[in-house]
Design a protein around this ligand. Structure first.
Ligand code: MN
Length: 258
């Protein structure tokens, strides 16, 4: 059998499973908040065009209105000023090969339960590599925090008087992954790939700044990372082919053996 025939056979047999890493997308989808001096992204609205009625007796379809960075979504390098002049930096120009790669899942659920502002340090990442092996080329590095169990918008965004509190990457970890590992990008369970307090870091929003400056991607608002092994899954995360798109909601799928 060819490798693809074997893949199809194992999907049919259930020995390769498809894990859906995507949140439902709808009017209840939480959207990131920014300080009021900046323009903000709208929530999702879905308007019926017709639903088997006088506007279309035999068919149902909707109009969507939403920001590119809504729900489970992809961040392209052009999203950030550091990535604006890179080649192939937008949703329509990134080579499709770069949407598929092995998953490295770093489980910090226990630490985040104790501290919602937990940051993954470079040392902790290197310790993960000591246990599971070096992060391979073209990997998706996924930060498993348990945050997706927070289902209400208020719990999920977790905004206090001093801004949002949610976990993420220490700036040095983002720099290390951007510059010293040939990854596709990082994925998180939170609303964005930077920690809630990262607007006050140096540089501000270091994960966006460094990752996109290095031509790498982000995946936000993932779920079901607890169904993935630390290594061995393959993640497919292909955004809509929006012309000069800075990002896109998408369906993120993981193939898991066994
Ligand atoms: Mn985004």
């Amino acid at each position: 059998m060819s490798i693809l025939e074997q893949l199809v056979a194992e999907l049919d047999a259930g020995t390769v499973r498809v894990v859906d890493l995507t949140q439902p997308l709808g009017p209840d989808t939480p959207v990131i908040g920014l300080p009021p001096i900046f323009a903000s992204s709208p929530g999702v609205t879905i308007e019926v065009i017709s639903q088997y009625d006088e506007k279309g007796p035999g068919w149902y379809w909707n109009t969507l209105h939403l920001g590119e960075h809504t729900g489970t979504h992809f961040d392209a390098p052009v999203h950030w000023i550091t990535g604006k002049d890179l080649p192939d930096n937008a949703c329509d120009t990134i080579p499709a090969r770069r949407f598929i790669g092995p998953a490295c899942v770093i489980d910090v659920t226990a630490e985040v339960a104790a501290d919602p502002d937990f940051l993954l340090t470079r040392e902790r990442l290197l310790a993960w590599e000591g246990e599971h092996g070096r992060i391979p080329r073209n990997a998706w590095v996924l930060l498993r925090t348990g945050w997706s169990r927070r289902t209400g918008a208020s719990d999920f965004l977790n905004v206090g008087a001093d801004g949002p509190h949610s976990p993420g990457f220490h700036p040095e970890t983002s720099r290390f992954l951007a510059e010293e590992r040939e990854i596709l990008g990082v994925g998180v369970e939170t609303v964005g790939t930077d920690a809630g307090q990262a607007g006050g870091f140096d540089p501000p929003f270091p994960n966006h700044t460094l990752m996109h400056g290095a031509g790498k991607f982000g995946l936000a608002s993932l779920r079901n990372l607890d169904q993935l092994p630390a290594t061995g899954a393959v993640v497919i995360a292909a955004p809509l082919k929006i012309v000069n798109g800075s990002g896109s909601p998408l369906r993120v799928l993981a193939l898991v053996a066994g």
